[in-house]
Ligand binder design. Sequence first.
Ligand code: SIN
Ligand code: CO
Length: 374
Amino acid sequence: MLRLPGKLSAEKFLADHWQKDYLFMPQALDRLRPAISRNELGWLATLDDVESRLVFTNRSDGRVRYHAETGPFDEEYLAALPKRDWTLLVHDVEKHLPAMRKLLAHVPFIPDWRIDDLMVSFAAPGGGVGPHQDNYDVFLCQGIGIREWHVAMGSVDEDPDASDDLALTEEFQGQQHTAREGDVLYLPPGVPHWGTATRACITYSIGMRAPQLSDLVAEFLNTDENNPFYSDSDLNPGEAQSGRISAHAVDRAVRLLGARPNQRAEVAEALGRYVTATKDWITPEGASTGDAAGILERLSQGASINVHGMARMAYDEHSIYLNGRQMPLPDRVDTFVSELCATRRIQGPLPAIGAIAEVVAWIAKSGGFALPET
Ligand code: SIN
Ligand code: CO
């Protein structure tokens, strides 16, 4: 877990900062491990199923402008980039390189289903994405190099001249923080910020996801014109159990939707499906019935099977959710499911509980396991 500054406990962080107030945490982490190199990040950005962007900073004519290009990029193009004023950003790194998932464990006081992805950026000196605000909470963990952050204390106007794909705000000074390796900046949604590399740097962003009203099922939609995000500024650390969507989380979704108490079960399922939904281009394929039987067979022989790096899994009181699908949670299986969410690995042989075999077969058919090459 990251080291919170002073005597701040996880409870106090959640009460005073989570979804409310930004926090710069010097030396919250030791050297970031596992780390990724500029070359590894560049290699990911050449792949078709990886979402990547390059943002260039143009400092001519006495004003700063930014423009973005989307990947995949040619290896030669990346190798020929200038010495300064660009940044390469790669999303969902932990899904492509499952070993990187370890970094997500630095925020154990946040329920894991709230985490969307690990985004990693490499910025050449002078590089950055420009002043902007995000809709989601983020923990920006500084790897090698140095980044100068600016965080606004209030709202900042949009930059009308910025291109639509970047949605930038006007430049502002705000509070400044120099981030070196191990420093972490926590930002709640909607806080304008920008960070420029003063020395080539790598930043690891643990970004959250939260459904918007319209992301949950259409039949619950009330007539309200605005479309607020799920929020949990009253989150307490007891809710952060591996894979578990707490009853409080469902209550919050019920309130967001203005649903009736008798619609609670449907709301819970809509929430579970949404938070485990995968992006189309990183959705693992489900196994055939034969492959699923093969997995059970291998487990019975004592093999271990890994959860697929791209799979998203969660459960609540009544259901298991995987990659946007739902299955009723059988009795006596919640501990098994919670451990699977925590370790992302099953060691055979399975306990002699029929319902566990049923759950494992369903997970296999829903694309939950990394199938060994045959
Ligand atoms: C980054 O450039 O790595 C951080 C992007 C951000 O400010 O959200
Ligand atoms: Co941002």
